[in-house]
Design a protein around this ligand. Structure first.
Ligand SMILES: [Cu+2]
Length: 475
């Protein structure tokens, strides 16, 4: 077994726990596997404790959102990792499991963390039903280690193990994914994060108190189904962070005053404007390297385009529960049909009565907006996550998908990643119903009481109705 050592800060994440033991597939030759580092598998989707390095150069480890870091074996100065590409069952939220492909028991695969200058050897065993390869996105490496099947190497056939070896030359934020039948394999969840820590103090890479990493990914899973549709190009319905959706995504729990870094990579088919509440951040780096200080500017939303990575950094100096989400409102929703007409303002009681004669369970949706949907417990097919859910201290949050919360607390201990629960707002600091009597508002009068007198124009109400032109097929 490799050095999976629970470190001194264990137990601080909800469910932080043991990495499960190694399993070697029967389809892969036992003799061939004997010399390899035993693959470490993970069966749970919880955010695991950061893996404090036991060998090699020290560094401040990252925390993988709803994920974990892969332990390594030191072999004559080379860090050896073992990735196993295989079908996995991923709990995307409590009550919703997807049959994906991933690495070492999970999708995404484990995060790989190394130090600038490390020589790295990664064994990749293929337990998928088809060939694969691994591309090390963003790395400087010998061309033959780049992982593009057909171009720089032969594909890894089922049952075979390949070795990749290179020196991690550039510090920064990277990812890995197949470069073989990519459309299928990424739509099925094959991807993982990679961090190369600087070997010494770096003028453009600050030391931080909390360092989080995750990938944006998307799936198209029919309600009640378990396997994503791989032919979908744009109309995905499950928008996830590290193959989890709200309310299944863990919160980012930090201490007030902490310097926080969030590393985000995008392997979906569209861009995601990532937005934080209550704070401003700087984009301090991309998968191309650290951003020069003179080229940084403050933002509260940073777009992460397809195939890009961004490092957001800020000082978490405002206490509270701060939303952190993709700003595309459809990406903070879970699976549901999009072909629902807008019913706001339509009184369809009469027509509903008619329909109920034919379909007894017919339900009217959305005549006052869609917010009711969050609280309404509609019967759903098995293995389906509601469109929006998640109860906060004041009611339903009416969100799904790419949404989580930064919990900034004064009393959070350094290095403690435990969920502190909901924020207790100081008295008098929560928006609430205004109960006092309201003064008569001052309004402009057409009679010109306070402003310029209107000359000879009688006051009358004008209502404008906007109607969309009718569209017919063929026009
Ligand atoms: Cu988005």
């Amino acid at each position: 077994m490799t050095q999976i050592k629970p470190n001194s800060r264990r137990g601080f994440l909800s469910g932080a726990g043991a990495l499960t033991g190694a399993v070697v597939a029967a389809s892969v030759s036992k003799v061939a596997m004997a010399a390899l580092p035993e693959p470490v598998l993970q069966s749970r989707p919880d955010t695991m404790a950061p893996l404090v390095p036991q060998t090699g150069r020290p560094y401040n480890p990252v925390v993988t959102l709803n994920g974990w870091t892969l332990p390594w074996r030191m072999n004559n100065g080379v860090k050896e990792f073992h990735l196993v590409a295989e079908p996995v069952v991923r709990e995307m939220a409590p009550g919703f499991k997807a049959h994906l492909w991933g690495y070492n028991g999970q999708s995404p695969g484990p995060t790989i963390e190394v130090v600038e200058g490390d020589r790295v050897r990664i064994f990749v065993t293929n337990k998928l039903p088809e060939h694969t390869s691994v591309h090390w996105h963003g790395q400087r490496l010998p061309n033959g280690m780049d992982g593009v099947s057909g171009l720089t190497q032969k594909a890894i056939q089922p049952g075979k193990t390949f070795a990749y070896e290179f020196v991690a030359r550039r510090p920064g934020t990277f990812m890995y994914h197949p470069h073989a039948d990519e459309m299928t394999q990424m739509a099925m969840g094959m991807m993982g994060s990679w961090v190369t820590h600087p070997k010494a103090k770096h003028p453009l890479i600050d030391e931080v108190d909390r360092d989080f990493i995750f990938l944006l990914n998307a799936y198209d899973v029919d309600p009640g189904a378990y396997t994503p549709k791989i032919m979908t190009m744009l109309d995905f319905n499950i928008w996830s962070w590290n193959s989890r959706v709200f309310p299944g995504i863990d919160s980012f729990n930090v201490r007030q005053g902490d310097k926080v870094r969030v590393r985000i990579g995008n392997l979906t088919m569209t861009n995601h404007p990532m937005h934080i509440h209550g704070h401003e951040f700087m984009v301090t780096g991309t998968d191309g390297g650290p951003v020069p200080k003179t080229a940084r500017w403050p933002e509260v939303t940073a777009d992460v385009a397809v195939g890009q990575m961004r490092q957001l950094e800020f000082v978490a100096d405002e206490e509270g529960d701060w939303a952190f989400h993709c700003h595309k409102s459809h990406h903070t929703m879970n699976a549901m049909g999009h072909n629902v007409p807008t019913m706001i303002g339509v009184d369809h009681r009469k027509v509903a009565r008619e329909i109920t004669r034919l379909i007894p369970d017919y339900m009217v949706m959305g005549e006052r907006g869609m917010a009711d949907m969050a609280e309404m417990q509609m019967p759903l097919p098995d293995n389906t996550i509601p469109m929006m859910s998640g109860d906060g201290p004041f009611g339903s949050v009416e969100m799904g998908g790419m949404f989580s919360v930064f919990k900034v607390r004064r009393e959070q201990k350094p290095g403690d990643y435990k969920d502190p629960g909901w924020f207790k707002h100081p008295p008098g600091t929560v928006a609430q119903e205004y109960a006092a009597s309201m003064p008569e508002p001052a309004r402009a009068s057409p009679q010109g009481k306070s402003a310029m007198p209107a000359k000879g124009i009688p006051a009358r109400e004008v209502e404008v109705q906007v109607r969309k032109p009718k569209t017919h097929s063929g026009h």
